[in-house]
Design a protein around this ligand. Structure first.
Ligand SMILES: N[C@@H](CCC(=O)N[C@@H](CS)C(=O)NCC(=O)O)C(=O)O
Length: 210
């Protein structure tokens, strides 16, 4: 299999962290990682559009040459195909809680965080937009409070002792914020401690560049 990705972007980073975390559990999925240079616009060229008509990364090329183009579907496929030591767990409620938190992060935090980063200091050269930055900052307050609340019981990671998809999804967005030198955590000491802790993990050290 081949993963078409670009290192800084949150959705590919989530999948890259996932592959690295599974490798730490000795699950080798033999996925070649190939950079699509989005800064040079390669994701909008025919070669990549043939893989993914929506022109986004990541895209996972399967052994039959077909592609999966949604990061969550890619991860769930890999969970199902390599079921030893999965990150989502095996108990139905455990899996549901993990997906619940992952969806909250992806739908309520990741989008506004990305938009906030671009509004503050866009690496794509978009002009600063203080009004949009303020609106995005306001949007993430309730979900960040929710995540801070989860960690307040002393658990090391978002779902407990074991690393979970939720940790990867949040960390993938945070890398982008770090790159643009922005911070949205405010006065949330548990999230800050979680961030430091997660970035000490071998998988994080292998994947995160910022
Ligand atoms: N829902 C998709 C979103 C993919 C996506 O929007 N990827 C971004 C990078 S994080 C991208 O390729 N952006 C380039 C563009 O939209 O032009 C997923 O979860 O994989």
């Amino acid at each position: 299999m081949k993963l078409y990705m670009v290192p800084l972007a949150p959705n590919p980073t989530k999948v890259m962290l996932y592959i690295a975390e599974r490798a730490e559990l000795a699950v080798e999925m033999a996925i070649e990682q190939i950079v699509v240079n989005t800064v040079k616009g390669r994701h909008r060229e025919p070669e990549h559009l043939a893989r993914n008509p929506f022109g986004t990364v990541p895209a996972l090329e399967l052994d039959d040459g077909s592609h999966l183009v949604e990061s969550l579907a890619i991860i769930e496929y890999l969970e199902d195909r390599f079921p030893e030591g999965t990150l989502l767990g095996t108990d139905p409620l455990e899996r549901a809680r993990a997906r619940d938190v992952e969806r909250i992060i992806d739908l309520r935090v990741a989008g506004p965080m990305g938009a906030y980063g671009h509004a503050k200091n866009s690496p794509l050269g978009r002009p600063p937009d203080p009004e949009k930055a303020a609106a995005m900052k306001a949007q993430v307050q309730t979900p960040l409070d929710y995540l801070e609340g989860l960690l307040r019981d002393g658990r090391p990671l978002l779902l407990g002792e074991r690393v979970n998809l939720a940790d990867l999804t949040l960390q993938a967005s945070l890398q982008f914020l770090r790159y643009v030198e922005a911070d949205l955590f405010g006065d949330r000491p548990f999230l800050r401690a979680w961030d430091e802790r997660y970035r000490e993990r071998p998988a994080a050290k292998a994947v995160l560049r910022w």
